[in-house]
Design a binder for this molecule. Structure first.
Ligand SMILES: [Zn+2]
Length: 435
């Protein structure tokens, strides 16, 4: 999937033509990296999914620097391929040498000298030794935005913004890069699917900033020892949330030009485990694909653990220093319901109606069938959001704005559903408090 993104980028920059393979240099670097990674496992190393943040953004394409330090500080990373998004000269696609973390970990593991091992173990806070592994990177409990698979550089948010921009730039001009004389049209379909998956992956690191904390394993008294948990500054949390909202929930988040959509062809190849449909469809299920990315983002941002982490962060770091539950919910509701949220009410296109129904399904469930361990505050905030939305929909319907039949039907239905959810939700809460 990531190699396909490299190919699309090389096509877009004119480095290769549609009939060319990817450069051997890229294949060679990838094979060397994977070999180093697997040998690292045999020597006893775990994954280091934080290994990318030891590399300054402006060194990513500096071959002299990365030849010495690696593109990442550890071959135990899952790095995204290193692609120059600005079209400038590309550095190493994959790290070509063991990194500073690997040397340190191997020195500790393999020294026969106990005194030396003790000394090395006290160096966790030293530059070049940053580390985080599988359980830090994955699952609803993951909270450190510097521990990610498939990202690069010391600033995962900046990387996320850059890569989303790269992908969006590619999908709007895709037919020019992919289709040439006698080329099957499904190659364009494959390329677009690849880009959308890469887009979702590029947005992923931003999610952990919301309610995020950096996690440090340093022991008391280690040189430069850091606090065990450090809150992501509020401004950075806000920036990440804005980026997700813009990239996933705004009116043009998945605005693939219709002239691109019109050229997507069907894949007729059905063999060796490959299907000739996409999710059972012969044509392109753009709405379903976009909605599945949005569903993933919405569920993660409103997960009970995220709200619980935020509540605990308020106590630990001060509510003024972290993003709060109402601020997260305001940003989501305002973006998802932009057509009726402010200004003159506007028609809601199909893709947006789907997203809005997803929002209503999910928020209704928080009120009526709250997921396990959902903090009570999050439910109150959800109730207030729905009440506010109900009022704005009412104003939109009564405003005299010329809305098409789909929009009017959709808003009327949602308005009724919110009313029912608010009532049912209150019953659930009263039963809960009596029980
Ligand atoms: Zn591995």
């Amino acid at each position: 999937m990531q190699m396909a993104l490299v190919r699309s980028t090389l096509l877009a920059t004119g480095t290769i033509s549609p009939t060319d393979p990817v450069p051997m240099e890229f294949i060679g670097e990838f094979l060397k990296f994977v070999t180093m990674h697997e040998v690292g496992h045999t020597l006893g190393l775990r994954h280091n999914f934080r290994g990318s943040v030891d590399t300054p953004m402006n060194k990513l394409h500096d071959r002299v620097w990365t030849s010495q330090n690696g593109v990442v500080n550890s071959v135990m990373e899952y790095p995204a391929p290193n692609i120059a998004a600005d079209g400038g000269p590309n550095g190493h696609y994959y790290t070509t040498t063991v990194g500073t973390y690997d040397r340190w970990a191997i020195a500790y593991g393999y020294t026969p000298d106990d005194g030396r091992a003790y000394e090395l173990a006290r160096q966790a806070a030293m530059s070049g030794h940053i580390y985080g592994t599988d359980e830090d990177a994955r699952g609803a409990g993951a909270l450190d935005p510097t521990v990610n698979v498939w990202d690069l550089g010391e600033d995962p948010l900046a990387w996320s913004q850059e890569r989303c921009g790269l992908v969006r730039g590619l999908w709007s001009r895709l037919p020019d890069h992919v289709l040439h004389d006698n080329q099957p049209r499904y190659e364009l379909t494959d390329a677009l699917t690849t880009l959308i998956i890469n887009y979702a992956r590029a947005l992923a690191p931003a999610v952990k900033y919301v309610g995020g904390q950096e996690v440090n394993r340093d022991h008391t008294g280690d040189p430069n020892a850091r606090a065990p948990f450090v809150a992501v500054p509020k401004a950075r949390q806000r920036e990440a949330l804005d980026h997700i909202v813009q990239g996933g929930f705004s009116e043009d988040s998945f605005a693939v030009p219709s002239e691109v959509l019109a050229q997507l062809g069907a894949d007729r190849w059905s063999h060796w485990g490959s299907s000739n449909t996409i999710m059972g469809r012969i044509d392109y299920p753009l709405h379903e694909i976009a909605l599945s990315v949005q569903r993933g983002l919405l569920y993660q941002l409103t997960h009970p653990f995220r709200f619980a982490k935020i509540s605990d962060s308020e106590a630990k770091f001060g509510a003024e220093n972290v993003l709060t539950v109402p601020e997260v919910m305001d940003a989501l509701t305002g973006a998802i319901w932009s057509e009726v949220w402010s200004g003159q009410a506007r028609n809601v296109p199909t893709m947006r109606r789907n997203l809005q129904r997803l929002y209503i399904d999910h928020m209704t469930a928080i009120l009526t069938h709250p997921p396990a361990r959902m903090p009570a505050d999050a439910r109150s905030v959800t109730r207030l959001q729905l009440r506010e939305l109900q009022g704005r929909i009412e104003r939109a319907l009564g405003s005299g704005a010329r809305l098409d039949s789909y929009t009017r039907a959709h808003l009327t239905e949602v308005h009724e559903r919110i009313g029912a959810a608010l009532e049912a939700g209150l019953e659930v809460e009263m039963l809960g408090s009596r029980g």
